[in-house]
Design a protein around this ligand. Sequence first.
Ligand SMILES: NC(=O)c1ccc[n+]([C@@H]2O[C@H](COP(=O)([O-])OP(=O)(O)OC[C@H]3O[C@@H](n4cnc5c(N)ncnc54)[C@H](O)[C@@H]3O)[C@@H](O)[C@H]2O)c1
Length: 320
Amino acid sequence: MSRTPFTVPDLTGRRAVVTGASDGIGLGIARRLAAAGAEVVLPVRNPRKGEAAISAIREQVPGAAVSLRELDLSSLASIAALGAAMRAEDRPIHLLINNAGVMTPPGRQTTVDGFELQWGTNHLGHVALVAQLLPLLRAGRGRVTSQLSIAARAGSIDWDDLNAERSYDGMRAYRRSKIAFGLFALELDRRSRAGGWGITSNASHPGIAPSNLLMARPELGRAEAVRGRKVIGFLSRHGILAGTVESAGLPALYAATSPQARSGHFYGPQGIGGLGGPPGEQKSWPTLRSIDEAERVWQVSQEMTGVSFPATTPPVAPRA
Ligand SMILES: NC(=O)c1ccc[n+]([C@@H]2O[C@H](COP(=O)([O-])OP(=O)(O)OC[C@H]3O[C@@H](n4cnc5c(N)ncnc54)[C@H](O)[C@@H]3O)[C@@H](O)[C@H]2O)c1
């Protein structure tokens, strides 16, 4: 099955930031951006893995303009430090791809700030990052793309237990983090339009691909993990209901760089079940449609993280 029908346009002179680019889907995204001529910043938790990622990119894109910054999305202090360092560099950001993520860690874990790990990393961490980088994104008329998951097609936000303190289920918490993050991405589009911030925001999901996220599942029993790896590896190899780690980056790349991709819209693989295949626009999932919930996510996330976005009166008109 052909998996690369989308070519990233020329990005010479553009500066991109990609989270979670030391591995998996994010590494492929960063490599393609660099190949298209962008200067790519990789904020990573582990500098050693970051150096290896840069070597891997330069092997395929000699002379690629890639550099590392330190970022732990599970720490608001680390996010603030990255924001301060990048604002001090005072260079516009044209693309921000919020790709990093963690899924179903073994048992309920918390960030250094005490948030349930998936809620704190996948959602709140990226909200805080966008707030920290907002002046640079505005300066670059930046495009923000946020990576969701097919898991967010179902489930809901348990507003009374955002941190899963009363009851914890790993997949429920993952879904919640990705639904909230999707609602945030769409609300960012609405707020930017209403406030004239000059940035765009859309969302993507990669389908399913055999990255560490799915192939190393320490929370599963050994037999179950091996079975899962075999099934996903088989599906990916045969292009059935799954992509490769490389192709899974295409929806985010399309959302972030295609002249056809629109702010406030949603992109994913167009294959059977939306799990693999070429990237394109897809109908938003019911979990992402409530404007009331999006506004609530917007407010609650600022309260929980202590970051703030410029005030705007929420627009009443539905999204275009
Ligand atoms: N692989 C899939 O099938 C699949 C399916 C749906 C959604 N996704 C989403 O795609 C994105 C990329 O995942 P992947 O499959 O490449 O997984 P991966 O585990 O290979 O990569 C995840 C990346 O996020 C980074 N990360 C995790 N916690 C971090 C933290 N606290 N601070 C900074 N970086 C952190 C990791 O270091 C890694 O680089 C994630 O948002 C994931 O939820 C993946």
